[in-house]
Design a binder for this molecule. Structure first.
Ligand code: PEP
Ligand code: MG
Length: 753
């Protein structure tokens, strides 16, 4: 049974034509389940009805013609109840509706199960039999399993159906993906498919090994040059760490690395293209099989590298596409190198069929301030070329071939966004102070965005969170003390008259290092952050030494410890920091300034130990991203539970409020450096709770200043007291959105002013 199920699902998913796929499916199910009829109905939400799309057993003439209302008949009942319905004699059922056109008179037994994707009923699959009987538990399980497995494919096929709708359709052609980077873009799509695709290479052997080695050598040289050029192009707008991906590519090309493996394959008789394909496919399969989402994302980097090598190997010249002045880049898998290639040529938005907001493309899109939608699903790329779309990076919505009215509406919104951005810029260098005089410090989250000079002009009063793991990621081994000192010195110098809070290495969870793999069943509850660095004092000490060394003469460093869950971790880490400090003081024979030490409050246990922790550290900084994940037990990176992850959940808000009250009681300076700080409603609530500092990415500093400068502290206090009374996140959101609109600040949380 399992083999049958697998085969049916596989064949169904591989067919790009939904109608064909459904027809094949009903035939196979009828045969495998040895029944008399199998049918599939798909939901039409506009007309609130199910349409009979495929059947082996019902009248062929009724396919696509017959429909039942959502509230009608047994099919409607399955849809309403969202559960399987098993009936031995359907005609006697009170919900049975006689539909002569489908010719089902001879059938008695009925089993229907809903096809549900992301809580939405997409359709119903039913089986019927002449014999009056209940279907067995096994038959019911089979049908339920089948419908659960084909649901995703049906959703993808529906998306393709939307694209296929005629241009002059009266319906809105709308798809939704993962909001990857905020903003709105309007323009034609430009498809970037790799000109050379390793997927198309058929394996061939050859005698001319030397020629193949020579060809491959040339391709390496050319590819290496391509990557250096791309890194140069991007270096004006992206900082060093983000560009390290190109370094990794170049290293992979080395003789000692991937390049060498290809040469070995060539030496064993494979054509250069075949050898390349064999090696790249091997890497991709290995990367994709790993649990770690960061490494899985790297599979796309490897694929990108392979295709670029192939391109040069075949000496194909990139087709000289005439690029429109402004365009939205779309690709199966948008890669760092594509962005580098197009970012100066009119790139206005990014659409990636695959990936999430953890992939390099999304990280770079945010760094470039280009709106992006990720993971939009399997769409036929060739049909999308040059289609005009509206991309809403706030909501993840994509409108294909929008009508004039919608275009006018969005153009208006884009103009308003520009106006708002200009207006907001006016307060960039003014203090973040409410109308009635309550001030709060705004700081930067750094580590990814454009050069520090640029960030310095954001109007922030220092760096509240410098994520040090990024420079550790795109490399092949741990950086040395010297390398780290150089990097930290640059950061501290760029903000020489302002505090810079550097967080010690916070890898594990979703952030792992390619040269230090951690394989765990539950990585977010596993070896993460301070747990790793305390187990590896040699790594921790090198990093802390580098920080303290870099701080010499500048004295603006603060050290922050991530993932603290207990007091002993603070004691152990402080001991190591002291050790590094005394060692360096001796080595450098000078009196160094000891940095202030703080901890992240992101593991719920710390909320109940604030009194003890307050005696041991100089400041607290709440990591609301992780605090939300751990309080609600919702993996912050899992799209399946994305709707449950909510920093406005009453429990999270109440926890944040308790932290503020306790920190104030114990006189510990308090900041928050999670994403909540950069949200207008979040910032107002945190201000009202009494947070001293909020840390956020540079794009948001002026926006949050604007918000704070246009509200009374007393009003924020009232908002907070109301927000804390609600019992669901939904109620909190609707109240806060209403308040923002009332205060004239709605333009900060949706498109338009
Ligand atoms: C947080 O958890 O809120 C935080 C700021 O750290 P990160 O997002 O890097 O885990
Ligand atoms: Mg965190």
């Amino acid at each position: 049974m399992l083999t049958n199920l697998r085969r049916i699902v596989l064949e169904f998913s591989q067919d790009l034509e939904l109608e064909n796929a459904l027809l094949r499916l009903v035939k196979q199910v009828k045969r495998v389940m040895e029944t008399d009829c199998c049918s599939v109905y798909l939901a039409d939400y506009r007309h609130k009805k199910f349409i009979l799309m495929a059947s082996d057993g019902l009248s062929i003439d009724s396919l696509g013609q017959t429909s039942v209302a959502f509230t009608e008949g047994l099919i409607g009942l399955v849809g309403q109840r969202e559960e399987p319905i098993n009936i031995s004699n359907s005609k006697q059922h009170p919900h049975f509706v006689h539909t002569p056109y489908v010719e089902e008179d001879e059938f008695n037994a009925f089993l229907g199960t809903p096809i549900i994707h992301q809580r939405k009923v997409l359709g119903i699959i039913s089986i019927q039999q002449k014999q009056s009987r209940y279907f067995t538990e096994d038959e019911e399980s089979f049908l339920v399993t089948l419908s659960a497995q084909i649901a995703m494919a049906v959703a993808n096929a529906e998306a393709r159906g939307i694209i296929d709708m005629p241009k002059d359709t009266q319906w809105l052609k709308q798809l939704t993906g993962i909001a990857g980077a905020p903003g709105i873009a309007l323009g034609p799509i430009m498809i970037s498919s790799p000109n050379a695709d390793l997927g198309d290479v058929s394996l061939q052997k050859t005698e001319s090994i030397d020629t193949q080695l020579h060809r491959f050598g040339n391709a390496i040289v050319k590819t290496r040059a391509d990557f250096s050029q791309m890194a140069d192009k991007l270096s004006e707008v992206i900082n060093d760490e983000s560009l390290d991906i190109f370094e990794v590519y170049i290293q992979l090309l080395d003789h000692a690395s991937l390049g060498h493996e290809v040469e070995i394959k060539i030496n064993s008789g494979w054509m250069a293209e075949s050898a390349l394909k064999l090696v790249i496919d091997h890497y991709i399969v290995q990367f994709e099989a790993l649990d770690d989402s960061y490494i899985r994302e790297r599979a796309s980097d490897i694929r990108d590298l392979g295709n670029r090598l192939l391109l040069n190997l075949q000496q194909e010249v990139q087709a000289n596409k005439v690029l429109p002045d402004e365009f939205i880049l779309m690709a199966d898998d948008v890669s760092a190198s594509m962005l580098a290639e197009f970012q100066h040529k009119g790139l206005k938005g990014i659409l990636s069929l695959s990936g999430s907001n953890n992939s390099h493309a999304a990280i770079l899109a945010r760094a470039l301030d280009v709106p992006a939608i990720m993971g939009i699903g399997k769409l036929p790329l060739n049909q999308m070329e040059q289609q005009v779309v509206i991309l809403d990076g706030y909501s993840g919505e994509l409108f294909i071939s929008p009508n004039e009215t919608l275009i006018r509406e969005y153009k208006h919104l884009i103009a308003e966004e520009c106006l708002l951005a200009d207006k907001v810029k006016q307060v960039e260098n003014l203090p973040a102070i409410t109308k009635d005089g309550r001030a709060i410090e705004l700081l930067l989250n750094a580590g990814l965005l454009t050069g520090f000079e640029h960030s310095k002009n954001s109007g922030a009063l220092g760096i509240g969170l410098y994520r040090t793991e990024i420079p550790f990621m795109n490399r092949s081994c741990f950086p040395s003390e010297q390398e780290q000192t150089k990097l930290y010195r640059q950061v501290l110098t760029s903000f020489s008259d302002q505090p810079v809070t550097m967080r010690t290495l916070d890898v594990g969870g979703d952030k792992s290092l390619p040269y230090f793999p951690i394989v765990e069943d539950n990585p977010f509850l596993g070896w993460r952050g301070i747990r790793i660095t305390l187990d590896h004092p040699e790594i921790f000490l090198v990093q802390v030494r580098a920080m303290i060394r870099a701080n010499q003469g500048l004295n603006n460093l603060e050290i922050m410890l991530p993932m603290i869950a207990s007091v002993t971790e603070v004691d152990d880490a402080t001991r190591l920091i002291n050790q590094a400090y005394y060692e360096l003081s001796t080595e450098l024979s000078c009196k160094l300034v000891k940095p202030r030490i703080g901890i992240m409050i992101e593991v719920p246990s710390t909320i109940f130990q604030l009194r003890e922790l307050a005696q041991k550290v100089d400041f607290f900084s709440v990591g609301s991203n992780d605090l939300t994940q751990y309080l609600l037990a919702v993996d912050r990176n899992n799209p399946r539970v994305a709707s449950l992850y909510d920093a406005y959940h009453p429990a999270v808000l109440r926890a944040l409020n308790i932290i503020a009250a306790e920190s104030s009681k114990y006189l510990v300076p308090l900041s928050l450096c999670g994403e909540l700080a950069s949200e207008p409603a979040g910032a107002l609530l945190l201000l009202a709770m009494g947070y001293d500092k909020l840390s956020m990415n540079p794009h948001n500093v002026a926006r949050i200043k604007w918000v704070i400068r246009h509200v009374d502290f007393q009003r924020a206090k009232v908002m907070l007291s109301h927000a804390l009374t609600f019992s669901t996140a939904k109620q909190v959101h609707s109240y806060l959105n209403e308040q923002l609109e009332y205060l004239g600040l709605g333009g900060f949380v949706r498109a338009g002013m």
